[in-house]
Design a protein around this ligand. Structure first.
Ligand code: URA
Length: 434
């Protein structure tokens, strides 16, 4: 077998055999095939496609290209939740302790932010002392003791996905459904949970811009997962506007804690309860989705969910006092108000532009190595559908370095659209695919 034949086959729209895919993954990992050959294959696969069988086989091979976590020694149902990346998406910070408070084991390996989307690991690091890089033994011990751990990826999970992804990023081959299925699902399989909920975002702030594309991706994920005997549920949610009101690291932790106290924004609270109920029901810890949602609401109202978050912070060496004192997290020096240029209804609040504004303030990175400022970000005062007066505060920019402030202000001003009539409001979670 050699790579030239494999490349020629995909160039000529032929279906890969199992052996060809095996060779492709092994030789990618060993370095036997070069970046330019892998890139050529990625482009051929992007243009000519991979069918269900090829995608399933490749997902399995990539999942097992490195370590695969074995969580079988931990008692209970292990669940995982993954978002395809959004703006102001702090769902994991709320959902992980909330589900653990209801008896599930939440084993979550999260990523850092890149481009316009934020990452859970960076957000957690706004909590003073919080360690996100745990060994696998520490991770498992923590899961056994308190039922929840959220960490960054330090182990050698899916190394071939890392190689593929880095090359896709620079060869315009990211937005391809089979390649995305392989990438997302292989990582989730390697992370070892029994039940996985994938939150696929669509809209201006997501990498899937339309509901239709997101639905096609979801259907293929569910089909491939079934073939691999994995329980995966995919929810499709709207990312046209940011989730909640806070965008930025300290700001998002603050909003997540408020949500665990029952005082969070309605959209964030709703999505956490909905996803939580799906996982709880799927894990057979509730008689119905309604019953599951009631259990979760009770755990928020009684303080049990917040207590679980506190336990997680303590277990990962963070300062649990943040729960009552948000000033313990990094704070920005300047607060700049953005006022409404006119009266009317907010008909659109472009998530991508809000994220760009936060990034210009220092909350985001272009390259993995870039430093970020955990204290800065955007605090929205109104969202889509709100009726505002001229001059009313629409948002507050939390800033330190004012180098790009004019651009950040202009992005946030551009993010708002106005009309005299209220916009149509559609549900946040549009579909759930099992
Ligand atoms: N997220 C991933 O992990 N992989 C992709 O290919 C796209 C989004």
């Amino acid at each position: 077998m050699n790579i030239i034949d494999i490349l020629a086959n995909k160039r000529d729209k032929k279906k890969h055999s199992k052996e060809e895919l095996e060779y492709l993954v092994k030789a990618t990992l060993s370095g036997e095939i070069k970046d330019y050959q892998i890139s050529a294959w990625l482009m051929a696969a992007y243009i000519n496609g991979l069918d269900l069988e090829e995608t399933t086989e490749l997902t399995k091979l990539v999942a097992y290209s490195g370590d695969v976590l074995d969580l079988s020694s931990i008692k209970g149902t292990k669940v995982d939740k993954h978002s395809s990346g959004g703006v102001g998406d702090k769902v994991t910070l709320v959902l992980a302790p909330l589900l653990a408070s209801a008896g599930l084991i939440v084993a979550k390996i999260s990523g850092r932010g890149l481009g316009h989307t934020g990452g859970t690991v960076d957000k957690l690091e706004a909590i003073p002392g919080m360690r996100t890089s745990l060994s696998i033994d520490e991770f498992k011990n923590q899961l056994n003791e308190i039922g929840v751990s959220v960490i960054g990826q330090t182990q050698n999970l899916t190394p071939v996905d890392k190689i593929f992804y880095a090359l896709r990023d620079v060869t315009a081959t990211v937005d391809n459904i089979p390649l995305i299925v392989v990438s997302i699902l292989s990582k989730k399989i390697a992370a070892g949970a029994d039940i996985i909920l994938l939150d696929i975002k669509f809209g201006s702030g997501a990498f899937m811009k339309t509901l239709e594309n997101a639905r096609n991706l979801a259907k293929m994920i569910v089909e491939v997962a079934k073939k691999l005997n994995k329980s995966v549920i995919v929810a499709l949610s709207d990312m046209d506007q940011p989730l909640g009101y806070m965008i930025g690291h300290s700001l998002e932790v603050e909003e997540a804690i408020k949500t665990l106290k029952g005082k969070g924004p309605p959209d964030l609270t709703k999505i956490c309860l909905k996803y939580g109920a799906i996982l709880l029901y799927q894990a057979k810890k509730a008689r119905s989705l309604e019953d599951a949602e009631n259990i979760l609401k009770r755990n928020i109202n009684s303080g049990k969910a917040l207590e679980k978050f506190k336990e997680m912070i303590i277990a990962q060496d963070g300062n649990p006092e943040v729960i009552n004192n948000f000033d313990l997290m990094p704070k920005a020096e300047h607060k700049i108000e953005i006022n409404s240029p006119k009266a009317g209804f907010i008909t659109n609040l472009d998530a991508y532009k809000v994220a760009q504004s936060a990034k210009l303030l220092g909350a985001g990175r272009d390259k993995k190595e870039d430093e970020i400022d955990l204290s800065v970000g955007v605090e929205l005062k109104v969202k889509k559908g709100a009726k505002v007066d001229k001059g009313q505060v629409l948002a507050i920019l939390h800033a330190n370095n004012l180098k790009y402030i004019e651009k950040a202000i202009s992005e946030i001003e551009d993010a708002f659209s106005f009309d005299t009539k209220p916009p149509e409001q559609l549900p946040l979670v549009r579909e759930v695919i099992y």
